[in-house]
Design a protein around this ligand. Structure first.
Ligand code: MEV
Length: 440
């Protein structure tokens, strides 16, 4: 069994690699050589990546692909996507092309409010706490002025600070519930710095207060942190067209197809097991663009899933309806994204992704990301209610299976051709390759 280690972070990169390889892998020399194979020859670039996190050993590749032909609010975009799942970029591209000739995608940002909270315990008279809060409120703004100066100059900053009584949920629990506008920055550091100053101000002012009684002055701050639940930082993306324009090349009539789409979404609205998978398909598109643009996909995931549960049960993030002969399909999601700060100016591929997207501001990026989610869902549900998902999925997964079986370039070429006309299950691919290799 490996032994615990003291001071791992202080070892050199080579020492860390040797230690991990020797302690935890069967063939240390092979592991070391694999780890180093993924180093970048450009030493400066490698150092940049090394310094993103602690204890970096090497780089972990994900493919960065492009889904072209997205018509969004009248502009044509090619969307960069970082994702490992074989069929996602192809599905996004297919949906983009489909809607390109049907009016494209429209987006609107419904709000940009970010939230942060100071959670604290107060054991005293509530009316006096309220009076104290009203008296010291201007000090929260004043004592964060150095932090907020630049943001305020650009038009953002602290929007509101509210005292919330949460004692019905938890004894003695109160909050400063604060809202912010962080413009084109995701704003996590800005918000957290403001909140930590609010907490200090709160405690200092309580100690010196003439409103609170002596026994009430010891306010216990539990924590100060932004919330990744941002239901007022909301974006909508939609497509619509005449039902007849949906076409009938999906094996069913246009109206039948539209009705099946609406029914599929209705099922995801009432059945959480389906809703989770339905929304997972949406996140295939969202995460891929969020990652490619250097944003925090964990924050986005957590916030979006909470939003999907806002009515008390987990529901679909997309909606569909047929009205007056028109098919409407839309998504509404909270998204706290940045196009400045963080990785956006550090990671060369993130910079490139943002350049490909025509250097969007945060609101425009919200729209693009929402479109990627909507497109992904359209493509997935379109397949599900017509051909089934495996046909397209296995076509894209075919190369993965062939690579797993060490197929040569010639074998891949022949089998890709063969499976254009045959259905590609894992078993069928193995059999076809065996046959090609002359095995029975
Ligand atoms: C697979 O990654 C995503 C789907 O399962 C989404 C869905 O079922 O809607 C195809």
């Amino acid at each position: 069994m490996p032994l615990p280690i003291e001071g791992f972070s202080k070892l050199s990169k080579d020492e860390k690699i040797r230690w991990i390889a020797e302690q935890y892998t069967e063939d240390p020399e092979a592991s070391i050589s694999l780890i180093k194979k993924y180093w970048n020859d450009d030493r400066k670039l490698q150092q940049l990546h090394d310094e993103f996190i602690e204890n970096t050993l090497t780089n972990y590749y994900l493919p960065l692909g492009i889904a072209p032909n997205f018509l969004i609010d009248g502009e044509l975009y090619a969307i960069p996507m970082a994702i490992e799942e074989s069929s996602v970029v192809a599905a996004a591209s297919k949906a983009a092309k489909f809607w390109l000739t049907r009016g494209g995608f429209k987006t609107s940002v419904l709000g940009t409010e970010k939230i942060g909270q100071v959670h604290f315990m107060y054991r005293g008279n509530k009316a006096r706490l309220e009076k104290f809060f009203d008296a010291i409120k201007p000090k929260f703004y004043k004592e964060t002025a150095a932090i907020t100066k630049n943001m305020v100059a650009r038009g953002g900053g602290i929007r509101n600070i509210e005292l919330r009584d949460k004692t019905l949920d938890l004894k003695d629990y109160f909050q400063l519930h604060c809202s912010f506008d962080t413009l084109d920055a995701m704003g996590a550091n800005f918000i957290n710095s403001c909140l930590e100053q609010f907490a200090k101000t709160l405690q200092k002012e309580a100690g010196a207060s003439t409103i609170l009684q002596n026994t009430e002055k010891d306010i216990e701050v539990v924590m100060s942190i932004l919330s990744n639940y941002v239901p007022q930082c909301l974006v909508r993306a939609e497509v619509s067209c005449n039902v007849d324009d949906l076409g009938s090349d999906m094996g069913v009539s246009a109206m039948e197809f539209a009705e099946k789409m609406v029914r599929a979404v209705s099922i995801a609205n009432v059945e959480p097991h389906r809703a989770v998978t339905h929304n997972k398909g949406i996140m295939n598109g969202i995460d891929a663009v969020v990652l490619a643009t250097g944003n925090d996909f964990r924050a986005v995931e957590a916030g979006i899933h909470a939003y999907a549960s806002r009515q008390g049960s987990y529901k679909s993030l997309t909606q569909a309806r047929i009205e007056n002969g028109e098919f409407h399909f839309w998504i509404e999601i909270p998204l706290a994204l940045g196009t400045v700060g963080g990785l956006t100016s550090l990671h060369p591929l993130v910079k490139l992704a943002l350049e490909i997207l025509q250097k969007p501001n945060a609101k425009q990026l919200m729209g693009i990301v929402a479109v990627a989610g909507l497109a992904q869902n359209f493509a997935a549900v379109q397949s599900l209610v017509t051909t089934g998902i495996q046909q397209g999925h296995m076509k894209m997964h075919l190369l993965n299976i062939l690579n797993q079986m060490n197929a040569s370039e010639g074998e891949k070429k022949q089998l890709v051709e063969y499976f254009k006309k045959h259905s590609a299950t894992h078993h069928a691919v193995v059999e076809a390759l065996d046959q090609l290799r002359g095995k029975s």
